[in-house]
Design a binder for this molecule. Structure first.
Ligand SMILES: [Zn+2]
Length: 483
């Protein structure tokens, strides 16, 4: 974790590979108004340390009803037992300030001074911090281990300032902090500079100034999209939460092909339209018509996968949109673009072999749903209930084959076609989702009722007219008002 990138060893500020130090270091560069870490001077560090001290003191001495108190909640999530957040802290600024300023004093590394290599960047330092000033250093899922023979973690001045500049460079809420790392440095810096602006507004006006339902993934995807373009780049989000019991770290990341996929969606009319439909579907309103989720943020979030495999993925969400009964029926053209989005994402980002997916199997299922005994809606419901199960789908395919043959109808596929779809092989599950999307599209093309209430096209009402100049993966509007 001590590798240094983007700066030379004599500089006062290192940008290391530790994700929290790294986000904080970029925030220092941004706050200092410099082009890179190598240009940051000791005077810049003094100025940033002064700014941090002033903001920390304002937050820590604010009354609970003040907007400034919101920043204290951020500090509490990150440094719950520090001098800034401890319940016994002084509420008098003049008494608190020396304690906070002391966190950032210059290193004494002269002759005879006892020093250790900094935990983050290896520069010599005489300052040893305990976990109270270091976020994440007391989790079970620790990123760090204590160096032997030292009563804490040695942290140099540049890294101390960086660690406390983290809330400026990360996406913060009242109880969580999200930092981004990316194999494209410019995307990280874009994300950080947007967060520095956002932090400024939160410091002034509190979280009430922020749009409801806003998510860090939208800013991360906007940064990735603006910077990476056609180049394959992955973004990782480090979501850190501290609820005063157990600090939690959750890591989510996009696949490398996601950045190329974003460029493709932006440049392709049907895919753009599908993405807008998806974002519209994910926008939720409360009973009074106020927006409670941000569809663009939710859609961006679907590009991120959790390390533990938990969480909704884009493909799963599209499957649900296309397969589950709905209040408003999809127009055939809407279904077609959403299905295409699912297929393209599976092929280009997940690496699912779409060529192996057999169209005849979709036809067999559509034939059975259309012509089998009973109602097509009942058979579709039956298919939906087994569509993702390897074993049960296999049973249903055998039944469908027999039924159609018994009725003297053409049978579009046999076991050799569907065998790859009903295995437990990697990606067979995704292929079953795509199969289901194709089946429902075929049914709709044939005019088979699929259990939805048909309705006119309300795309104008939803503001979905295509405007190809518009940037699809936009960051949050700086002037956006609370909805
Ligand atoms: Zn350091």
């Amino acid at each position: 974790m001590s590798a240094v990138t983007g700066s030379d060893a004599s500089a006062v500020l290192a940008v290391t590979l530790h994700p929290l130090q790294r986000a904080g270091a970029w925030a220092v560069v941004e706050l200092a108004g410099r082009g890179g870490a190598a240009q940051v001077t000791p005077a810049d560090i003094d100025a940033v340390a002064g700014r941090l001290t002033a903001d920390v003191c304002a937050a820590a001495t604010a009354a609970k009803e003040d907007a400034a108190y919101d920043w204290w909640k951020v500090l509490f999530a990150l440094y719950p037992n520090s001098k800034a957040t401890h319940s016994k802290r002084s509420r008098e600024r003049r008494l608190l300030e020396p304690d906070i300023a002391a966190l950032f004093v210059p290193d004494q590394v002269g002759e005879g001074a006892r020093t250790w290599p900094c935990t983050f960047c290896s520069r010599p330092t005489g300052t040893v911090w305990t976990k109270s000033a270091l976020p994440l250093f007391d989790t079970n899922k620790a990123l760090n281990t204590l160096p032997p023979g030292v009563a804490g973690w040695p942290v140099c001045r540049g890294c101390r300032v960086a660690i406390w500049a983290l809330p400026y460079g990360a996406w913060v809420t009242a109880g969580s902090v999200t930092a981004m790392s990316c194999d494209e440095e410019a995307a990280e810096r874009r994300f950080v500079s947007r967060n520095v602006l956002r932090a400024r507004r939160i410091l002034q006006a509190g979280f009430g100034s922020q749009p409801t339902g806003a998510r860090p993934e939208r800013e991360a995807v906007a940064a990735l999209w603006q910077v990476a373009g056609q180049v394959p780049r992955a973004a990782t989000l480090w979501h850190f939460k501290n609820d005063n019991q157990e600090p939690l770290l959750r890591v989510t990341r996009t696949r490398r092909a996601a950045s190329q996929f974003l460029a493709r969606v932006q440049g392709n009319e049907p895919l753009r339209r599908a993405w807008k439909l998806l974002a519209r579907e994910l926008t939720r309103f409360d009973g009074k018509g106020r927006r409670i989720t941000d569809g663009q943020g939710e859609a961006a979030g679907l590009l991120f996968e959790a390390e533990d495999g938990q969480g909704r993925t884009l493909l799963m969400q599209l499957y649900r949109l296309l397969l589950l009964p709905r209040e408003r029926a999809w127009a055939l053209e809407e279904r077609a673009v959403l299905t295409r989005l699912a297929f393209d994402y599976a092929r280009e980002v997940l690496g699912v072999s779409v060529a192996a997916y057999p169209q005849p199997v979709a036809e067999l299922l559509a034939d059975w749903i259309e012509h089998g005994s009973g109602s097509p809606r009942g058979r579709l419901a039956e298919y939906r209930s087994v569509a993702l199960s390897d074993y049960k789908l296999g049973q249903l395919l055998v039944r469908a084959q027999f039924r159609l043959a018994l009725d003297g109808r053409p049978v579009a596929a046999g076991p050799q076609e569907w065998e790859p779809l009903i295995t437990q092989r990697p990606r067979a599950w995704e292929q079953r989702m795509l199969l289901a999307a194709a089946v429902v599209q075929l049914l709709q093309e044939r005019g088979v009722p699929i259990g939805e209430r048909p309705e006119g096209d309300d795309r104008e009402a939803a503001g979905l007219e295509d405007d190809s100049d518009e940037q699809l993966f936009s960051p949050y509007d700086d002037d956006q008002e609370v909805m």
